[in-house]
Unconditional design. Structure first.
Length: 130
């Protein structure tokens, strides 16, 4: 199934090109991935999403690698193949090793299993956790 038409840099409006330029400068790359090209069909969504990503993924109390690994864990749980590929690459660029990925996937798998069990059994939250 074909997805939405992607907006390539050469055909983008000046507004979209400015955002694409910021993405490339911020990420220190010379290309725009398909996620941003798809969002470019709606320049307001593109701008809002890019500004939010820049703010949330910027260095803060959590290290950039930790943020990428959290993003990857959520992407695996949500089964978003595109985001898994994108954030695995980003986490590796920030220093994630094969051992770290394996341990992360073990945690994600275990969390998903125990979350489903607790939800299925409708386990009441212990007072000590509140």
């Amino acid at each position: 199934m074909a997805g939405p038409r992607l907006i390539e840099y050469k055909e983008a409006s000046a507004e979209v090109r400015a955002i694409f330029d910021d993405i490339m400068a911020t990420r220190q790359t010379d290309w725009i991935n398909n996620f941003w090209k798809a969002l470019a069909r709606d320049p307001l969504s593109l701008k809002r999403t890019w500004e939010s990503i820049k703010q949330i993924m910027a260095p803060g109390a959590l290290a950039p690698l930790v943020k990428e690994m959290i993003y990857l864990a959520v992407s695996v749980t949500n089964q978003c193949g595109y985001c898994i590929a994108s954030h695995t690459a980003a986490a590796r660029k920030k220093g994630m090793t094969d051992a770290m990925l394996a341990e992360l996937m073990a945690v994600v798998g275990m969390a998903n299993e125990t979350n489903r069990l607790a939800a299925g059994y409708q386990v009441e939250v212990d007072d000590q956790f509140k």
